[in-house]
Design a protein around this ligand. Structure first.
Ligand SMILES: *Cc1c(COP(=O)(O)O)cnc(C)c1O
Length: 385
């Protein structure tokens, strides 16, 4: 593999001799103005006009009926699982190849993740693997699906749109209908990505977005729960506001809740970022085209593109190396880091993370075959001047 060619290309692309990060946010619009406005108004916490406005704009942009802004994407996922009725001891299906948050929230609920393989097409949860697992191990009664051997209730499926590329949602939706499962899309990485023309995170019962500093837009820290259902949105809003019963002065909390709402200060930043999302998306696509142009001449790496049925946000540019070798991968990463270019490997698979390794898993041959092959390359939308 011609690593020198790749590093040289990235240097030229970003026209910089400094450290090149994986993904840096850009603030050139109304960010300062809106943030200063919140400071002047004294409404910096989770009540304020920017929270309402940011939620409204997220609804408009995604086409979601409801959006509830949260303190981060993990909180959005956690609250979505809670509102879905996932309980202690239940089983929740997810993919082994994902960021740790997807598994953590299931663990936090006292439920058990079951790790399934990813699809080669999307790098997200493989519908065939889900279907195989259910047909082999599950049955259904009036309360829904359960595991025939352990008796555990199987409540939900949590697919993740890896690096922004949409998963095969039609197939997963059909499975959820057949087995009466809740579909929670981990859309933390896929703001701006469409599945057959519809925004990711709006096809399932819930979607969870993240606005962390390295995501396509940022609120510093933040996330959002998307849902079609007014009823579920009301539940999610209350649960993330410490389950406080709405009242002018009384502090009555009618169940255990979370303090998961997004502050006005962060929403102000988010609103200014969202005003520029279409520019970011255009620049991301352009960056992808530049990478494809140079990488098509390099034999042993392949640039990951959007699945046919989708329009990706191209959040992180990703290459797949031909050989699944830790040695080759580490040599590549070392060379990048020596050149002060931040490239990173894919996350350690979830069934290998210390606190998740005792949970059940099925055949993970695709995820395993990718674990030393995936590398994310610098993907900041703004290139040097
Ligand atoms: C970023 C991310 C999250 C969590 O978002 P935070 O805002 O960092 O809590 C969850 N899942 C995936 C796949 C992510 O990439």
């Amino acid at each position: 593999m011609n690593i020198n060619l790749i590093t040289k290309f990235i240097r030229e692309l970003y026209k910089s001799n400094d450290f090149i990060p994986l993904h840096a946010p850009t603030f050139g619009g109304n960010e300062k103005k809106y943030v200063l406005e919140t400071i002047d108004s004294t409404f910096v916490s989770s009540v304020g006009k920017f929270v309402d406005q940011f939620e409204k704009e997220i609804e408009l942009f995604t086409g979601s009926n409801k959006a509830i802004a949260t303190s981060n994407g993990t909180a959005a996922l956690h609250a979505a699982l809670h509102v879905s009725g996932v309980q202690k001891g239940d089983l929740v299906i997810t993919q082994a190849l994902t960021f740790v948050a997807t598994g953590n929230v299931i663990h936090h609920m006292g439920a058990s993740p079951i790790f399934l393989d990813v699809s080669k097409k999307s790098l997200g949860l493989c519908p065939l693997a889900v279907s195989k697992f259910l047909h082999k191990f599950a049955a259904i009664d009036q309360d829904g699906a359960f595991h025939k051997k352990t008796g555990q209730r199987i409540k939900a499926i949590v697919p993740m749109h890896t690096f922004g590329h949409p998963v095969e949602l039609d197939e997963l939706i059909a499975i959820c209908e057949e087995w009466k499962l809740t579909l929670i899309e981990d859309a933390a990485e896929s703001l701006g990505s469409l599945y057959k023309g519809r925004h990711t995170g709006t096809l399932g019962d819930f979607g969870a977005l993240s606005f962390n500093g390295n995501k396509i837009i940022t609120t510093g820290g933040g996330g959002a729960i998307l849902t079609k259902s007014k009823y579920l949105a009301t539940r999610a809003l209350k649960l993330t506001t410490t389950s406080k019963v709405s009242h002018k002065w009384e502090y009555i909390h009618d169940e255990l809740g979370y303090n998961y709402r997004m502050p006005n200060l962060n929403s102000a930043l988010g609103l200014a970022q969202l005003e520029k999302i279409n520019i970011f998306l255009r620049l991301k696509k352009k960056l992808f085209k530049k990478y494809s142009f140079i990488l098509k001449n390099i034999d042993d790496v392949k640039l990951v593109s959007q699945p046919k049925f989708s329009k990706s946000n191209f959040w992180l540019q990703t290459i797949v190396i031909k050989k699944n070798s830790k040695k080759i991968r580490d040599r590549f990463l070392l060379k990048m880091h020596k050149n002060r270019i931040f490239a990173r490997p894919v996350w350690n698979l979830l069934h290998k993370q210390k606190h998740l390794k005792n949970y059940p898993k099925m055949n993970l041959s695709t995820a395993e075959s990718l674990k030393y092959r995936i590398i994310n390359l610098p993907s900041s939308p703004y290139l040097g001047k």
